[in-house]
Design a protein around this ligand. Sequence first.
Ligand SMILES: Cc1cc2nc3c(=O)[nH]c(=O)nc-3n(C[C@H](O)[C@H](O)[C@H](O)COP(=O)(O)OP(=O)(O)OC[C@H]3O[C@@H](n4cnc5c(N)ncnc54)[C@H](O)[C@@H]3O)c2cc1C
Ligand SMILES: C=Cc1c2[nH]c(c1C)Cc1[nH]c(c(CCC(=O)O)c1C)Cc1[nH]c(c(C)c1CCC(=O)O)Cc1[nH]c(c(C)c1C=C)C2
Length: 479
Amino acid sequence: MTTAVLGGGISGLSAGYYLLRRFGKPLTIYEASPRVGGWIRSETHKDRGFLFESGPRTIRPVGLPGANTMEIVEQLNLPVRAIPRSHVAAKNRMLYAKGQVCMLPNSPMGLFGTKPPFSQPLYKAFIHDLLAKSTLAKHGDESIYSFAERRFGKEIADYAISPMICGICAGDAREISVRFLMDGLFEKEQKYGGVLKGLFYARYKEKNSTKPGIFAQEQTKMYLQSKQEKWAMYGMDGGLEQLPRALRKYLGENDVNVQLSNPCRNLTFSDNGVRLSLRDADLPVDHVISSLPAYRLAALVKQQHPSLSAQLLDIPYVDVVVVNIQFEGNNLLKQNGFGLLVPPCEQLPVLGVIFDSCCFDMDGNTILTVMMGGRWFDQWFSDQPSPKKLLDTALRYVRQILEIKEDPKFCRVHTHHKCIPQYTVGHKHRVANIRKYIKTYKLPLSLCGAAFDGVGINDVILSARRQVEALPQSFSHPT
Ligand SMILES: Cc1cc2nc3c(=O)[nH]c(=O)nc-3n(C[C@H](O)[C@H](O)[C@H](O)COP(=O)(O)OP(=O)(O)OC[C@H]3O[C@@H](n4cnc5c(N)ncnc54)[C@H](O)[C@@H]3O)c2cc1C
Ligand SMILES: C=Cc1c2[nH]c(c1C)Cc1[nH]c(c(CCC(=O)O)c1C)Cc1[nH]c(c(C)c1CCC(=O)O)Cc1[nH]c(c(C)c1C=C)C2
């Protein structure tokens, strides 16, 4: 059986890794751009001791998805930089709201005081949950904003949940499905009539059951170390791009063909498999694993399967402006931490600022990353502003919010078009329907990547693994 993987981002490379591990060769990965990694991109300035990340910078070592990623990271022997839970970057997260920088509570004691932007102690949100009636959600889904408002009150929805959604998918909590982030809490509320009640019952049940833990094979040395040393997150020496680069090298060394600058332009399915229209040739293969953004795959299947294409196009994406800034001088920030988020109700173009040099040592530089736009990109940037104008906007807010007076030494501006899919209300159902269509028409196509089963690096790697594991064993037999 011949297999092709579409896309050389982290999910496509991971699909290649798992296919190689399970079935061996032959296997080719087709990537449209001249590099691997997709949104993972690190720009190193070794001479000046700093690093700019234009995409992700940290991975969370938690749960099965976290352990699964660590298995690959360990096998590739990558130099990890751990941030323990006691580190200032793990403890301190801030909001910019009501004209001031507000520290979010980072311990249970923090629930009892009244700290801005909240007008009452946070424990009252739990009382709200205990007293609020439960409403059965229509079609088993609702927006995360409406869920949070129902259970914990408007202030929590505006100042805790909405900025958190911005800090993960640059999206609007009023549109994002509760199942994107709070699937478990939502299920518990629907079953037991409240989040706290649900958590209480679930804990009781857990104590009395023998739940299977993490798969033995994911209990790598690195996973155990992360538990022992209480890691909150980790990055990599040389930036997160080391991960896709090392994966590509590993795949190449094991005769997996990674073809760069070779986009797939069309897919034609037949009883014998699928034909890929590539740069210089049309190629028949038995099976395709696509890790492409949904709207890109939609274009490839449109001719033959317009209805599948339309369903894929129903997964919306947002644009994010990422501005990396270097200031000379170690500590220009008044407060250290991971960074700050700006709640959407503040109506500013800035979504948040990451304090990179608080997370990782940057050799005497203060490094910040400003993220702008997201779901509100068109509202602020519909006139397609120049990089200089975007930089000026980012710097204006850095000065206003963080009171940094120095001029930056070096900056980089990226406008990432359609970089993050939005899991809007009904997403789970949409994805199930897309997979059902593929099954009904017996298309030799598997889907992984950020469009479907989670947007974090851990999620997309695990989604690649699950798609490979779902293939029948007969796959390995030569035809
Ligand atoms: C600004 C930003 C910050 C983020 N921060 C974090 C973070 O801190 N932690 C975290 O866990 N996650 C983070 N993420 C999310 C995470 O980086 C992404 O979800 C993940 O990298 C997506 O990987 P992917 O392989 O699914 O998709 P992509 O990276 O989009 O890869 C898809 C690949 O397919 C290629 N392609 C497109 N069309 C074709 C075609 N026709 N033929 C062949 N190839 C094609 C593209 O060139 C691309 O390389 C962040 C994302 C962004 C944008
Ligand atoms: C403002 C825009 C964004 C910031 N980060 C991202 C965007 C779009 C992308 C992103 N950040 C995280 C994830 C998920 C990782 C996962 O393991 O699932 C993604 C896709 C991690 C994350 N970052 C923040 C939060 C609350 C989370 C969720 C997980 C966690 O609690 O660690 C906070 C945060 N993100 C950004 C800023 C400025 C910020 C500030 C505190 C930027």
